[in-house]
Write a protein that binds this ligand. Structure first.
Ligand code: NAD
Ligand code: UD1
Length: 336
């Protein structure tokens, strides 16, 4: 069965391409390379032994989409393509609404024209805004605290309305908690452009000496050690959730949101300690003021995915930091 993977050369999309291939699907990749490199294709071949069909371009390119949908019988679209830097979204909101929302609408229109009615959407725990209670379940009120978050809220809403209006449409919104780790082969992982915003790549780059010191944003939160607590999930568990969700719902219609998290929270200092063990070094850090917009704790109630998809995360923190470190040591500067 052929599926289209938008953003398929990015961090999560590329790992999903492997999982889909391993599960017997034929993933076709569409990516505009705005935050990825063609070299990912080589790595995908190295890992799977397969050459994947790749189209370079934007999800809003109607002609290109029509070419792809005419050339291949696409049964579903895994939609990862998006801009994802929270800070950048606050200074360039229009780019974010344009790329993540308008372009998704265009893609849905072309999909409809070609009778492609199934979509798996990369949503985020960011759609819960400031948590009103923990753990976060799918019934928690939806909100956002920045333009990036609002793009996820808006696309979810659009998909919900689209599924209500089209009785044959299926949309699965997977709300990721904090994806980390890398492919266990050490050949594929996250290579953020410039200075990483997120904790795990920052720790990894500090461990390998690219960054001098980790800034720990606040140690006065109401958590076990005062630093922020998050639900880190191994990318391999995350991508397994995509395959399980698609398999489970492939004959269904409607809008189906799921949390993909472990349900387990770790603090910044827990992450530093775990990474130090994997990298067998001390990670230098200093305590800094809180980062604006951060919350003390955020973790998932992932029981819905367990109940309906029979999915649950199996990789522990050691696997996350070991795999990240293997990738970081193999490719200190990522895939340039
Ligand atoms: P990524 O930046 O590594 O991958 C996104 C890919 O999409 C990139 O390869 C980029 O070149 C491509 N892309 C962007 N806009 C495009 C467009 N208009 N047309 C074609 N390709 C385009 O990001 P990721 O971490 O792999 O995230 C994948 C998805 O998961 C995104 O939708 C993101 O918002 C969502 N998400 C990520 C996280 C996370 O922490 N990584 C958390 C929650 C949700
Ligand atoms: C952030 C985004 C979220 C997005 C997610 C994945 C914000 C407010 N939230 O989540 O919308 O879905 O990334 O892209 O930006 N930390 C440090 N030092 C650092 C970096 C982080 O101490 O250099 C701390 C943070 O304060 C937080 C934890 O580490 O407590 C995790 O931060 P991060 O990896 O950026 O993820 P989130 O903020 O949870």
């Amino acid at each position: 069965m052929k599926v289209l993977v938008t953003g398929g050369l990015g961090f999560i999309g590329s790992h999903t391409v492997i999982a889909l291939f391993d599960a017997g699907y034929t993933p076709i990749i569409l990516d505009n390379l705005s935050n990825s490199s063609r070299r990912v294709l080589t790595q995908l071949t190295k890992i799977t032994g397969n050459e994947f069909e790749f189209y370079e371009g934007c999800i809003s390119d109607r002609a290109l989409l029509s070419t792809i949908f005419s050339a291949h019988k696409i049964e579903g679209v895994f939609h990862f393509a998006a801009l994802k830097a929270v800070g950048e979204s606050t200074v360039q909101p229009l780019s974010y609404y344009h790329n993540n929302v308008s372009h998704t609408i265009t893609m849905l229109e072309v999909m409809a024209k070609h009778n492609i009615a199934k979509l798996v959407f990369s949503s985020s725990a960011t759609v819960y805004g400031d948590p009103q209670y923990l753990p976060l379940d799918e019934k928690h009120p939806i909100s956002a605290t920045n333009p990036y978050g609002w793009t996820k809220v808006m696309v979810e809403r659009i998909l919900q309305d689209y599924c209500t209006a089209n009785s044959d449409a299926l949309a699965i919104a997977l709300r990721y908690f904090n994806p980390v780790g890398a492919h266990p082969s050490g050949q594929l992982g996250e290579s953020p452009n410039g200075i990483p915003n997120n904790l795990m790549p920052y720790i990894a780059q500090t461990a390998i000496g690219i960054r001098e010191q980790l800034n720990v944003f606040g140690d006065d939160y109401d958590t076990h050690d005062g630093t922020g607590v998050r639900d880190y999930i191994h990318v391999q568990d995350l991508v397994a959730g995509h395959v399980d969700a698609f398999k489970h719902h492939v004959k269904d219609v409607g809008f189906h949101p799921y949390n993909l998290g472990t349900g387990q929270g770790y603090s910044v200092l827990d992450m530093v300690a775990a990474f130090s063990q994997s990298a067998k070094c001390t990670i230098d850090y200093k305590i800094c003021p809180r980062r604006e917009g951060d919350v003390a704790s955020n973790f998932a109630d992932a029981s819905k995915a367990k109940q309906y998809l029979n999915w649950q995360a199996t990789h522990d923190l050691k696997a996350m930091t070991d795999d990240s470190w293997r990738w970081q040591t193999n490719y200190p500067k990522g895939l340039e």
